[in-house]
Design a protein around this ligand. Structure first.
Ligand code: ZN
Length: 241
């Protein structure tokens, strides 16, 4: 059994197309999408359309709910706020209804899937310290949990009460540990690597691989500028920040 896991596309069609080309060659049995199909990038509707065609197991990100009118965006920073306002104007009612219906958390076989953290997924909090990571482990009962949200590929492993983390591109999965894998971001990586990120989980091998794909960043950035979206959104994807 092979899963391909990807998310945080953020309306970046160039990045999504590059990832789709790769993942069709991965011979996945099942696709999993971690959410944030829209927000920041210039092609939200096209990204929704392409993800829907893959028919993945899908969970909602904060930008999906924000664009669908389900989330108060007063706490978004200024450029994220502007991007959501722009995105709302560029989605059909049908697209918004689709986003509204996405659930926050899913369980498939031995996998938990959630955008932010299994602990109160509706709050869209970040796991950014040991305490939050420890807590997160007690809120899912599967061996493996896939997340996104921070746009930084990283894994956390809990083995007999001992917590470790890794930014290596391979993550061993064994029955004696629980593992949380952040699969990084397709459309707006923030780990100083501008290449799109996705993951492959091969159940028989017992390994999750984090993979990176080059794409036409300049084209995506030009589209952001042409659309009148905040300039910083075009700049940051050039550096993966
Ligand atoms: Zn995101």
């Amino acid at each position: 059994m092979r899963y391909v896991i990807f998310g945080d596309i953020h309306g970046n069609l160039e990045a999504l197309d590059a990832v789709l080309e790769k993942i069709t060659a991965e011979k996945a049995d099942k696709y999993i999408c971690i959410g944030d199909l829209v927000g920041y990038g210039a092609d939200p509707a096209e990204c929704i359309d392409k993800v829907r065609k893959l028919n993945p197991v899908l969970v909602a990100g904060n930008h999906d709910y924000a664009a669908a009118g389900l989330l108060n965006i007063d706490f978004f920073n200024a450029y994220a706020y502007k991007a959501i306002e722009w995105t709302k104007q560029h989605l059909s009612d049908e697209d918004k209804q689709f986003l509204q219906k996405i659930t926050l958390m899913q369980k498939v076989n031995n996998l938990t899937i959630v955008h932010s953290t299994p602990r109160s997924p509706e709050m869209f909090e970040y796991i950014d310290n040991n305490y939050d990571v420890q807590l997160a482990f007690s809120y899912f009962d599967t061996g493996l949990c896939f997340i996104g949200h921070s746009h930084i590929p990283i894994s956390f492993t809990l083995t007999r009460g001992v917590l470790s983390f890794s930014t290596e591109p391979y993550v061993p999965v064994s029955g004696s540990s629980k593992v949380i894998v952040n699969v990084g971001s397709v459309g707006q990586p923030r780990d100083e690597n501008k290449d799109a990120s996705y993951a492959v989980y091969d159940v028989e091998e017992g390994i999750v691989w984090i993979k990176r794909v080059e794409y036409d960043v300049q084209k995506a950035a030009d589209k952001i500028n042409k659309a009148g979206l905040p300039e910083i959104l075009a700049e940051r994807i050039k550096y993966g920040r």
